[in-house]
Ligand binder design. Structure first.
Ligand SMILES: NC(=O)c1ccc[n+]([C@@H]2O[C@H](COP(=O)([O-])OP(=O)(O)OC[C@H]3O[C@@H](n4cnc5c(N)ncnc54)[C@H](OP(=O)(O)O)[C@@H]3O)[C@@H](O)[C@H]2O)c1
Length: 263
């Protein structure tokens, strides 16, 4: 039987107060894991924390309010959590960079996205790694984008940073496998969250087209004919976090209703 049980495991779910991160936290908690949510807004974290299920009496959930662009605070707050309760599962996820073509992006926009996505991820991995190695069990799951396989028009900064994150992850996958640690990337397609609402609003404002027309044009690219629910991305994260996925390592997994054309 497929083993999805995460009882006794502790998951740090970044960007866990909304959207895909929140759905991932719900899924991992339902599989029995203790959850620590991480995001900036304390209010949103408290609201998300209250939704997490407990499958057994000693399952504990917590949260960390910190900006992933603040290196020192990120390291200090996560270290304090990990020292008290080692983490075996990292869902490396955060807000997406603003849209726009690459040639118009200010150099600072690339730096800000690099800091929030790649530098933050590197800090988290370095803080969490001793706990994963000690347990002989680690799951590093990066929520990236299908732009790893096919750049998406008008997401110049995002496309660039996603490629760097995917290369970083593939490199780590080769380095850490011998410790029972896997590193995989989940590539969401168009998913109903704040992020997609923001991108549709930006495209509508810059093109003059209605939001409905923008969404219809996006859906025309999706064989499934609909946007994903965040829970559908979370299902895949739940599998990759589980003992059942021990031999899945170093992959880019699109969850996009068939939109990505490359093999
Ligand atoms: N939705 C889609 O269609 C789609 C498609 C492909 C890829 N993605 C990518 O998937 C990831 C998650 O997207 P989503 O749609 O779930 O977004 P979302 O609903 O906007 O959620 C983003 C989460 O990240 C947190 N966050 C944002 N900036 C942060 C920061 N600087 N430090 C710490 N936490 C931060 C947010 O909380 P706070 O604001 O309180 O910090 C929130 O919990 C993004 O990278 C996005 O680009 C999404």
């Amino acid at each position: 039987m497929i083993n999805l049980d995460l009882t006794g495991k502790h998951a740090l779910v970044c960007g866990g107060s909304h959207g895909i991160g929140h759905a991932a936290a719900l899924q991992l908690a339902a599989q029995g894991a203790d959850i620590t949510l991480l995001a900036r807004s304390r209010e949103a974290l408290d609201a998300a924390l209250a939704t997490l299920p407990r499958r057994h009496d000693d399952q504990q959930h917590a949260s960390i309010a910190v900006d992933m662009r603040d290196r020192e605070a990120l390291r200090a707050k996560v270290e304090a959590t990990v020292n008290a309760h080692p983490v075996q599962i990292l869902v490396n996820n955060t807000g997406g960079p603003p849209g726009g073509p690459a040639h118009l992006a200010r150099p600072d926009e690339f730096l800000a996205a690099f800091e929030q996505h790649l530098i933050a991820a590197q800090i988290l991995v370095q803080v969490l790694l001793p706990g994963m190695q000690g347990a002989g069990y680690g799951r590093i799951i990066n929520v990236i984008s299908t732009s790893v396989k096919e750049p998406i028009r008008n997401l110049g900064v995002s496309n660039t940073i996603r490629g760097a994150t995917a290369s970083w992850a593939k490199t780590l996958a080769g380095e850490l496998a011998a410790h029972g640690i896997t590193v995989n990337n989940v590539l969401p397609g168009f998913t109903r969250t704040r992020r997609i609402e923001q991108l549709v609003a930006e495209r509508s404002a810059s093109s003059g087209a209605s939001r409905e027309d923008i969404e219809a044009a996006m859906l025309a690219q999706v064989p499934a004919g609909r946007f994903a629910q965040a829970a559908e991305i979370a299902n895949v994260i739940g599998f990759l976090a589980s003992p059942a996925a021990a031999y899945v390592n170093g992959i880019n997994l699109p969850v996009d209703g068939g939109r990505t054309q490359s093999l």
